[in-house]
Design a protein around this ligand. Structure first.
Ligand code: ACO
Length: 341
């Protein structure tokens, strides 16, 4: 089905189109395999592979911060986009594992890449963060506020992993992905359809109870693993399928596209069974889904950003392709976007 151009809002200036002009990613050197994990908790490679699809994940070094990984991914995206640090107007870092509660990790990234002109902000939307940040960036560009925006998803999830809980510790990994967004004249190419949403009634199925103002970590509660991920896996699984399915349908409808028009789906990389369920219900062949969770596990806000960069650099997505990205995370939060590559 042919896409009808999205109508421009009534405004003095015409709607600007927003393109992703460069991507980059970074994964730490150290690899932790399922066999390695089976020596740490009561699990097996067979269980992790069949239940999740994950084979290995990357672990950041002790002195490697979220902002270090974010900066490495950013520099790769800037190189591909041929964008200099001084051209960047705004840096958005989506993360659940900031270097510190404040200042924003984006400020540390600014310092590390020398983007002295940029405004900086962190986005807290758990695993959905990168696509939420992408949509914030799109709004700043279409409103003529900024021209060049660096959007990053970066996580050191292993810093908030409970390594004694086999239900969750097998799932997570570290890494970062980045994209440079720019306005590209007037028109309808680039980011063509977006959606974000949340449902706070499920806030307690995926969360980190300690470390915030509600339950600061104290000398007394430090052994209770409060500053680690707490998750009702089955419930998260169900909600993930429902929210990603709905979010996909919404952006398809907004764009006037059918599933047949989509060349590649880049979903959140949490569990291959969640991806299979979505493929089945959307009736999109699994072969159209880009999956790399076998090598990285779930890297939360970084996951779809790393996957986008790999899909881009390996030629899996090509100029003119319609790419559907869809994510969900704690909150619950979800987001989706269709980009004409
Ligand atoms: N190794 C071996 N056995 C295990 C392990 C493990 N690592 N983990 C759980 N089990 C056991 C359980 O104890 C349970 O045993 P029981 O039947 O004797 O009680 C059995 O395996 C089945 O457990 P379930 O939780 O029912 O397994 P399920 O098929 O639901 O898979 C999983 C669990 C992988 C967590 C799945 O529910 C899932 O992927 N959920 C979504 C997770 C997710 O996407 N989280 C997002 C996090 S993002 C973020 O936090 C930033």
């Amino acid at each position: 089905m042919k896409r009808q151009p999205r109508s421009s809002p009534r405004s003095a200036k015409p709607r600007r189109s927003v393109s992703i002009v460069g991507t980059g990613s970074y994964a730490p050197e150290r690899v932790l395999t399922n066999d390695d994990l089976s020596k740490m908790v009561n699990t097996t490679d067979e269980w992790i592979t069949t239940r999740t699809g994950i084979k290995e994940r990357r672990i950041a070094a002790k002195d490697e911060q979220t902002s270090d990984m974010a900066a490495r991914a950013a520099l790769a995206a800037m190189e591909q986009a041929r964008v200099e640090a001084r051209e960047i107007d705004f840096i958005l870092v989506a993360t659940t594992t900031p270097d510190m509660v404040f200042p924003a990790t984006a400020c540390f990234v600014q310092q590390k890449i020398g983007a002295t002109r940029a405004a900086c902000l962190d986005v807290s939307a758990a695993c959905a963060g990168f696509l939420v940040a992408l949509q914030i960036a799109e709004q700043f560009i279409t409103s003529h506020t900024f021209d060049t925006i660096l959007v990053i998803g970066a996580e050191k999830l292993t810093s908030i992993t409970n390594w004694t809980d086999r239900n969750s510790c097998v799932l997570f990994g570290d890494g970062a992905g980045a994209a440079i967004l720019k306005h590209r004249g007037e028109g309808t190419h680039g980011v063509i359809s977006t959606h974000i949403g949340s449902d706070g009634q499920y806030a307690d199925i995926l969360y980190m109870p300690g470390g915030g103002s509600r339950t600061p970590i104290t000398r007394d509660n430090v052994d209770q693993h409060l500053a680690t991920i707490h998750m009702l896996g089955r419930e998260v699984y169900k909600q993930a399928v429902t929210s990603m399915l709905n979010a996909s349908k919404i952006v398809l409808e907004q764009a006037g596209l059918t599933t047949d028009d989509i060349a590649c789906v880049i979903p959140h990389q949490a569990n291959v069974r969640i991806i299979e369920a979505i493929a089945d219900r959307l009736k999109i062949p699994l072969s159209k889904f880009f999956v790399n969770l076998d090598r990285y596990g779930n890297t939360s806000a970084a996951a779809v950003a790393i996957a986008l960069d790999e899909a881009n650099r390996t030629g899996r997505i090509k100029h003119g392709d319609y790419v559907l990205m869809v994510v969900f995370g704690g909150g619950l939060t979800w987001a989706s976007a269709i980009v004409e590559w």
